[in-house]
Write a protein that binds this ligand. Structure first.
Ligand code: ARG
Length: 480
């Protein structure tokens, strides 16, 4: 859902303003070819930067007035008009005219048509190159925290659910084969740890992008006495960028954020893969709410986990967007090149996709029901206690490799005799494998005992998982 694309846009010139004239029309004697002009215009994508562009222009013009670069009264007039434009856009009284090249050209045209020569002062000491670098950063500074809010909400749901299930036994898998007993709480805490890292990855990217490029001009600054620091402070940036050429050429922040989006989507995709498996008749570990499932147009019995599948599917486009951005930049000479115009569509799409998917995943998991009986039953069958049996022997002094061999031959005997758990053998039978076995082996290898015994930091023991949940909750609270 490309939310930002829903803004009102007109394809022909609006009532309020005159037909589009490129900002660079003065250089060329011929009018641009109509089709070619449409091809190179970006307004249908960058229109979502309109309020960031207005905010940037207000700070820039205020500074121009203070520095005496333009008359103070002109600065006041422009700032006031920008406020009016902003209000009119919000009310729908002014509509973005898509026949302009980009949102920057559109706004300058509106100003000029309304204020005449005064409007023409707005671009002093500025290029669209530093302007678009600014707008993009401003947009990201307000939209990335919205992604983080969604991550945080989802984390809250996952951790609450994990807390309820610190003793709900289920198999843990490697190679999709039952491996060792764990709990549902432990599994959900594993997901939560990944999401918590995702959150902090966005924090890191935000810190680095938090610098103001305005005053960098096209690539080499300006000879006008701009006060870069004042503009940066007015716009709430932490600092001004260091080097003008870098400021207009840099899209590291887009690479970082598209990667952070793709990584988070890959996490969601993996969680969804678990859910899809768990929802199958074969596993039956989870029952998705009817309102979060779909049916089949032909098979009357079907209840499909479409939402999980779609999230898994959509992770592909976010990976694609990151690859688009890396490819866009890899051969680009310094400084600005029009190729960079392609950056916004890719990143906007990743941000929109991730936000949607985080919300969908939260809704799906919140309403799902876990089949705890099935999960527990899956722990007897598959000899998930074999490693714990080997470790029992290690505690009695046997070298691990020997203990591993002993436990393997026990498993083989169980399979031959049709037992589904090592406790199917009695103590005499076990003693034939090793004299070290005592009566206590039987209470050591129940699923609950196995889980309780794995109490190292990071382990699935309920007390330890409660601690892990506390750690993640604390991080999630700092977030708010
Ligand atoms: N639409 C352009 C972009 O997104 C704005 C900057 C254009 N600058 C230029 N020199 N053509 O990159």
């Amino acid at each position: 859902m490309a939310k930002g694309n829903k803004q009102n846009t007109k394809n022909s010139s609006s009532k309020n303003i005159e037909p589009a004239q490129p900002l660079w029309a003065g250089r060329l004697s011929e009018k641009p070819d109509a089709q070619a002009f449409v091809f190179q215009s970006s307004i249908n994508i960058d229109k979502r930067l309109v309020f960031d562009d207005i905010q940037g222009s207000r700070a820039h013009v205020t500074m121009l007035g203070r520095q005496g670069i333009i008359p103070r009264e002109s600065a006041v007039k422009i700032v006031r008009e920008l406020q009016t434009i902003s209000a009119e856009l919000k009310e729908g009284k002014l509509v973005i005219d898509a026949s302009y090249e980009d949102v920057h050209s559109f706004l300058e045209a509106v100003l000029t048509q309304r204020l005449g020569d005064t409007g023409k002062m707005v671009h002093a000491g500025r290029s669209r190159n530093d302007q678009v670098a600014l707008d993009f950063r401003l947009y990201l500074k307000r939209s990335v925290p919205l992604i983080q809010l969604e991550i945080s909400k989802l984390l809250g749901i996952l951790l609450d659910t994990a807390q309820l299930h610190v003793t709900s036994i289920m198999p843990g898998y490697t190679h999709l084969q039952r491996a060792q007993c764990v709990t549902l709480g432990f599994h959900l805490t594993a997901w939560s740890a990944a999401l918590s890292r995702d959150y902090s990855r966005f924090d890191d990217a935000l810190k680095r992008l938090d610098e103001c490029p305005l005053g960098s001009g096209a690539l080499a600054g300006s000879s006008l006495p701009l006060d870069r620091k004042a503009v940066s402070d007015a716009l709430g940036f932490s600092r001004i960028s260091l080097n003008a050429m870098d400021s207009v050429a840099d899209r590291d922040f887009a690479l970082e954020l598209s990667s952070a989006c793709a990584i988070t989507m890959v996490h969601l995709s993996r969680f969804c893969e678990d859910i899809i498996l768990w929802a199958s008749e074969e596993f039956k570990f989870i029952e998705l709410a009817e309102s979060w499932s779909t049916g089949s147009s032909i098979m009357p019995q079907k209840k499909n986990p479409d939402f999980a599948e779609l999230i898994r599917g959509k992770s592909g486009r976010t990976i694609g967007n990151a690859v688009t951005l890396f490819t866009l930049l890899k051969g680009l000479p310094y400084a600005y090149n029009k190729d960079l115009q392609e950056d916004k569509e890719a990143l906007f799409d990743s941000i929109d996709t991730l936000r949607d998917c985080l919300g969908m995943f939260a809704g799906m998991i919140k309403t799902a029901k876990f089949n705890l009986k099935r999960m527990k039953a899956a722990c007897t069958g598959g000899f998930l206690e074999a490693t714990d049996t080997a470790e029992y022997l290690v505690r009695k002094g046997l070298p691990f490799r020997a203990a591993h061999e002993t436990a393997s031959s026990i498993v083989r005997e169980c399979i031959e005799k049709g037992h589904r758990h090592i406790s199917g053998l009695n103590l005499d039978e076990l003693k034939k494998h090793s004299e070290l076995f005592e009566e206590d082996i039987f209470k050591t290898i129940t699923p609950a005992a196995c889980i309780k015994a794995r109490d190292l930091p990071g382990g699935p023991c309920p007390k330890e998982v409660r601690r892990q949940i506390r750690v993640l909750r604390k991080k999630n609270q700092i977030i708010f």
